[in-house]
Design a protein around this ligand. Structure first.
Ligand code: FES
Length: 103
């Protein structure tokens, strides 16, 4: 059964930034878009670079640092080649200072 797991504190992730976390053995990229948090798979669907560690966030779009593929952090949809496959997105919420992801 899915449950929410704390992955970060709000103060760990300033607006406009991303971070990679490992939850239940899965690498997930957490994004702070203007104070709203989103969670997608960390691994780029092109050649497996880390979106959370090597990507650049601009608004709702993360650009992979390796070859420039783009994804929408709000839903994991691929927005630009060379990636052709969406990545998974996850439910996320805050409780006070805690950021929790549903896994
Ligand atoms: S690994 Fe992300 S664009 Fe190539």
């Amino acid at each position: 059964m899915a449950s929410y797991i704390k992955v970060l504190s709000v103060s760990d992730l300033p607006s406009g930034n991303m971070k990679t976390v490992v939850v239940s053995g899965k690498k997930i990229a957490i994004a702070n878009m203007d104070g709203e948090f989103f969670a997608i798979d960390d691994t780029c669907s092109h050649e497996q670079c880390s979106l959370g560690s090597e990507g650049f966030l601009d608004g709702n779009i993360v650009t992979c640092g390796c070859h420039g593929a783009q994804f929408d952090v709000t839903n994991g949809k691929v927005m630009s080649l060379p990636a052709a496959t969406d990545v998974d997105s996850y439910n996320i919420k805050t409780e006070g200072e805690d950021i929790l992801v549903e896994i």
